[in-house]
Design a protein around this ligand. Structure first.
Ligand code: GLC
Length: 488
């Protein structure tokens, strides 16, 4: 039974008091393993069944890790990294029911028999709908880089087990593939959106995270460790360049782009196709041209054969800014879109995972009639406060701290009062999510990390990347190669 040992200030929003309460809650969510703090539980709602919310999730802990690192508490993050490295699948597997080599678990828990404790990892074999996490290894790499930057010490990352783990993740994501694009081919629901939502194929959220994680891996590879350094370094740099070219060119959506698709030829064969993915103009949704502001744009949610998913996924777009996957002009355009479509994308609670929601028959087909993902709820148009830190980082990187501040104040006015819900529902995020857990740790940590970034903008360097000239040079080569292969 959880006991809350503080008095809540329900009426007046005061950022200082709210942060103090949030810190207390974050401390109380810490999980210990053999006496050491190793992570934070996903949620501690005393009224709703735990399911797997009592576990330490890789992606959820990433947000806690940022809050801890920004506060100067590196120990729990180090312990987490050392603990999860032992859970990574490290042996080659032909057996389909075993996790593939290099995979990191979605979550883990500590199980005790009274005498000793052991860790039990979930690679998706227990998760609802048995979804395996494509994103876990990526979060791990980005967290390791943040840890190195916060502690100022690359020693941990340079140890042989860590160098091996980094290579295993690179192998897993770069070696085996079915298609011939730089983007990663993934199943539906294999990341933060861990339910069927039509996010199979090449979803932006994963591609942006993949780009960021490879950028982290590139920095973390130790030049002095092993003869294979150059091979890994070059492969990662090349893939970064190809992703950079592919995403910037083929995923970008603005009025000019939409107009081009609207008037484009289809069914072109050969290398000089102007519409290489064969996107039919009829597939452009009716809401798009009125919704897009004159100035402003975003990366599309997905791209595949005859498929451009025009839904705007905010997590991927914000990561694109933070990682410099987006050009400066594109980053500014994304922030302008957020500003101009504030009511739709932020409303009264930052920020939508995805806009707009799929409804009616489309909802039936896309989600498999999932009531949790009903229109304007949960992943399907619901609002996720944990993304506040990411919005803040992207806003700061583009010089739009005014937007970050506005979002922070909106969130602060409600989160503590509503007991830190996991998500909000409704077009503008006015309702606490139908099945949202209260005391959701990443909602708490996201608020703390955002507040810290606002008061210590110098902490931004833990997570942002500058555009890398070597990567940009590879992107130019990619332009020639890919245009030969696909046309442009
Ligand atoms: C939900 C979210 C997922 C998160 C998990 C734990 O399943 O969709 O992204 O990691 O809850 O909070």
């Amino acid at each position: 039974m959880i006991r809350w040992s503080f008095t809540k200030n329900n009426n007046l929003f005061d950022a200082g008091t709210t942060s103090k309460l949030a810190w207390q809650l974050l401390q109380e969510s810490i999980v210990h393993y053999r006496g050491r703090p190793v992570g934070t539980v996903a949620a501690r709602d005393p009224d709703i069944a735990e399911l797997n919310y009592d576990q330490v999730f890789m992606r959820d802990f990433f947000v806690s890790a940022l809050a801890f690192l920004m506060r100067g508490d590196t120990e729990i993050v180090r312990n987490f990294l050392e603990t999860t490295i032992k859970l990574q699948a490290a042996e080659p597997q032909m057996a389909c029911f075993k996790p593939g080599k290099g995979l990191m678990p979605a979550s883990f828990k500590v199980v005790s028999d009274g005498k000793d404790e052991r860790l039990v990892a979930d690679f998706g074999e227990h998760a609802i709908a048995r979804v395996a996490p494509v994103d876990s290894g990526m979060w791990w790499l980005i967290m390791l880089r943040a840890y190195v930057r916060a502690s100022g010490d690359p020693a941990l990352a340079y140890t042989p087990p860590f160098q091996r783990a980094i290579r295993l993740i690179i192998d897993l994501t770069l070696t085996s593939r079915f298609d011939m694009f730089p983007t990663l081919l993934v199943p539906d629901g294999s990341f933060m959106i861990d339910r069927r939502m039509g996010v199979y194929g090449h979803p932006l959220d994963i591609q942006a995270l993949f780009f960021t994680a490879l950028g982290a891996a590139r920095e973390l590879l130790n030049p002095a460790a092993g003869d294979d350094y150059s091979a890994y370094h070059n492969a990662v740099t090349e893939r970064l360049g190809h992703l950079f070219y592919h995403l910037r060119n083929h995923y970008w959506v603005d009025l000019e782009r939409v107009n081009k698709t609207y008037r484009s030829r289809v069914e072109e064969y050969g290398t000089d196709a102007m519409n290489p993915f064969n996107i039919y103009p009829e597939s452009i949704p009716t809401w798009l041209s009125t919704w897009l502001p004159d100035e402003g744009g975003y990366f599309a949610g997905n791209l595949g054969p005859a498929r451009m998913d025009y839904r705007c996924f905010l997590q991927g777009n914000l990561w694109a800014i933070v990682s410099s996957l987006a050009s400066d002009a594109q980053s500014n355009a994304i922030m302008r879109l957020i500003e101009q479509r504030w009511d739709d994308l932020v409303g009264v609670m930052p920020i939508k995972a995805c806009f707009p929601a799929v409804e009616g028959n489309e909802w039936r087909i896309v989600t498999g009639s999932d009531p949790k993902n009903a229109a304007w709820s949960y992943h399907n148009g619901g609002s996720w406060p944990f993304l506040l830190w990411l919005l803040t980082a992207a806003a700061q990187k583009t010089g739009r701290t005014d937007l970050a501040r506005r979002a922070f104040d909106l969130a602060g006015a409600r989160l503590n009062k509503d007991d830190w819900p996991e998500y909000y529902d409704d077009r503008q995020g006015r309702l606490v999510g139908k099945e949202a857990r209260r005391f959701q740790t990443w909602s708490i940590a996201g608020y703390l990390a955002a507040g810290d970034l606002l008061t210590h903008p110098d902490h931004l360097h833990l997570i942002t990347f500058d555009e890398n000239p070597e990567v940009a040079a590879c992107a130019n080569n990619a332009a020639d190669m890919m245009e030969q292969m696909m046309g442009s």
